[in-house]
Structures are given as structure tokens and as C-alpha cells.
Design a protein around this ligand. Sequence first.
Ligand SMILES: Cc1cc2nc3c(=O)[nH]c(=O)nc-3n(C[C@H](O)[C@H](O)[C@H](O)COP(=O)(O)OP(=O)(O)OC[C@H]3O[C@@H](n4cnc5c(N)ncnc54)[C@H](O)[C@@H]3O)c2cc1C
Length: 363
Amino acid sequence: MSNFLIIGGGVIGMMTALQLADAGQQVTLVERSECGQESTWAGGGIVSPLYPWRYPTAISQLSRWSEGAYPTLALRLLEETGIDPEYRQKGLLYLDVDDESRALEWAREMGKPLKRVDSRFVAQKEPQAAASERALWMPTLGSIRNPRLAQALMARLSAMPEVTLHEGCEVKGFIRQAGAVIGVETSQGPHYGEHVIVCGGAWAAELLATLEIALPVRPVKGQMIAFQTPPGLIKRVMLKAGRYVIPRADGLVLAGSTLEEAGFDKTTDAQALALLKQSAEAIVPALAAHPIAHHWAGLRPGSPDGTPFIGAVPGYQGLYVNAGHFRNGLVLAPASTHLLVDQLLGRKPVIDPAPYRLEGRLA
Ligand SMILES: Cc1cc2nc3c(=O)[nH]c(=O)nc-3n(C[C@H](O)[C@H](O)[C@H](O)COP(=O)(O)OP(=O)(O)OC[C@H]3O[C@@H](n4cnc5c(N)ncnc54)[C@H](O)[C@@H]3O)c2cc1C
């Protein structure tokens, strides 16, 4: 029996496993399909909420901590696994923002470098960007290639003697004993743990519903496309009117994303493709000359205001949750997993855990 049993091998489950194993704990992780293939794979990998000044403080706190942790984490994974998660801190350009004053005030309060820049500055940084009268520049932000991040995490976990991974292992329900949760029933038989941690992303609510716990997490579909361009066409993430382009080192340029309430449906459609293409070309007109190499959809774990649920499940000894990161699970992962691991190991939490607790937030 492991000390810790984690359900779900997305970025949240895998980073939780990594930190527990780093602390010398025995960890079992069970994943229904393959690790890192759901929202964690489908996301864009911007290491920031899209327009961070429009989010609650609870999200800014996690994000700020994570942004500081990513460079070291990416280097560590590259060194330990040989897989480069492509963390690139090239800064972020916000084109035509209509709440600039609010953004600048937020940046002052948060101690973030953010400044107003003109069209000449934008053209210097990104010669292919559409002409833009007003822009904001955040030099410290970056992006991560999330499928590679997942591969690197998986490779690292597979090599750690403290970690046991079970893929193709679907959790069907919880095993209880005298009011405590002590394990799970799965498609591969029972697994036990002193602490059971639900990191099931968009499926976390379905899992908890088997215990009649109403976690307000729902799937929110996001479609994205990727253009194949010569490497270096653009160098950094750019946002305009709520949509964005993200360059990868090999020349892929991702463009996203839609926000759709469609249940667990992950199909893509031509209308979304046309919309995403149009938005991307409004940011970088030269993209029109390049083919679209990929089009996909993923399911974000949506929560009411995007604040994840992190902590013990009230009334169920031994049961914990880390889910509901909505549009920001990649950026928030290092901090939110650290915060839960702090609580599990009785360490002083890196930030105040109160805003993320489940108490008073269940439906
Ligand atoms: C289009 C799009 C763009 C995005 N862009 C960004 C971005 O730029 N920046 C950012 O920070 N975030 C972004 N996100 C959000 C981010 O991807 C998610 O918030 C994050 O990946 C959630 O991670 P997770 O581990 O909670 O969920 P997931 O990655 O979905 O992992 C949950 C895992 O649990 C497993 N599971 C579920 N049920 C069971 C079961 N019964 N038994 C066993 N295993 C189970 C699933 O198979 C899955 O592997 C984006 C998301 C999308 C869809």
C-alpha cells in the first residue's frame, strides 16, 4: 500500500507525484488512458493567465509563484530526462487592450514589469505582427511546450523508485472503511493508499459524484489549430481580442482558442477552424500563407471563477482534491501541487491555502 494514491495523470497528477516522490514518499498514480493526453496535451502552454489583471487574486497568487518556479523545473526535467519542455521566456505582447489602465495598476500592485509600448516597439520585437496602435509588453512571461512537459514528467516519474504508474487503469469508485477513503476500485482491480488524491481534471466531478459529493467542475471544450511555418517566423506569444498565437521552436504556430459548453464532446468543426484562422491572421497576417497542420480540441476542467479546488474533502478522511484549474492549469500547476503537497506533508504552505479549500464551495 502506497502512502499516496493519485487519480489522474495530467499535469496536476504528475506534478503532485513528482513532489511527493522528491520528498521520499511512496506514490501510486492511476491513469485511465495514457498520462498527459487530455487537457494537459491539448492546451497552449502560455505560462500566464491570458489577461492576468482580469482574474481574482487567488489565481494571481498561484500564477506568480508558478511563473517563478517554471524556469528551474524545465531545466531540471531537461537535465534528468533529456526531454526539453521548451520553456521560453520571450515576453508577451498584448495588442489593442481596452483596459490598459487597469492592467498597469494591477502590474504595479503585483510588482510585475508591464509597460505601454508603441507600434515601432511592436514592429521591432515582432516584424510580422499586424500594425497596432496600442500594445502592452510583459517581458518576464513565457510559454512551455505542454506535450513535451508531460513527456518529460512521465519519463522522470517512470525512473523514480518511489513511484508506481498504472496506465489504462480507470477508477470506477472509492473504497471506504469506517468513514475514511482507503483506496479505489479500478478496471485493473483495487488500489489502496493512506491518502487518495483526485486529480481527474474535467472528470473530477464525475469521480466525486460516486460519493455524492457535488464538486462544481465541468468540461469546457477548447479548439485550437497549428500552422506549420518556417522556424522563427514569430518569436513570442501575442494576444489580441481574447485570442492568441504561440510559437514553438520547430516553426509550429498554435492559435487558440474556443470556449464551448459541449459536455464531454471533443469533436472539432470547420466553423471553429475558420474563426481561429481569422483571429490568428489578424495578429500575424503572414500566417495566411502557411498551411494548417493540426486542429484539435480538449476539455478544460472549468470551475465557477477559475479558482481551483485544492485540499481535503470535508467529511471524508483520507480524500483530497486538486482540480478545476480551467484555462490556467499549466501555469498554475507548480504552485497548486506544491500547496497541496505542503498540506499533505504538514509543511508550512507556500501561500495561504484558504481561498482554494473545498469548505463552503461545494455545490
Ligand atoms: C485549448 C486549450 C488551451 C489551453 N491553454 C492553456 C494555457 O495556455 N495555459 C494554461 O495554463 N492552461 C491552458 N489550458 C488549460 C490546461 O490545459 C488545463 O487546466 C490543465 O491541463 C488541467 O490539468 P489536469 O491535470 O487537471 O487535467 P487533465 O490534463 O485533463 O488530466 C486529468 C487526467 O485524469 C484522467 N482521468 C479522468 N478520469 C479518470 C478515471 N476515472 N480514472 C483514472 N484516470 C482518470 C484523465 O484521463 C486525464 O489524463 C488550456 C486548455 C485547453 C483545452
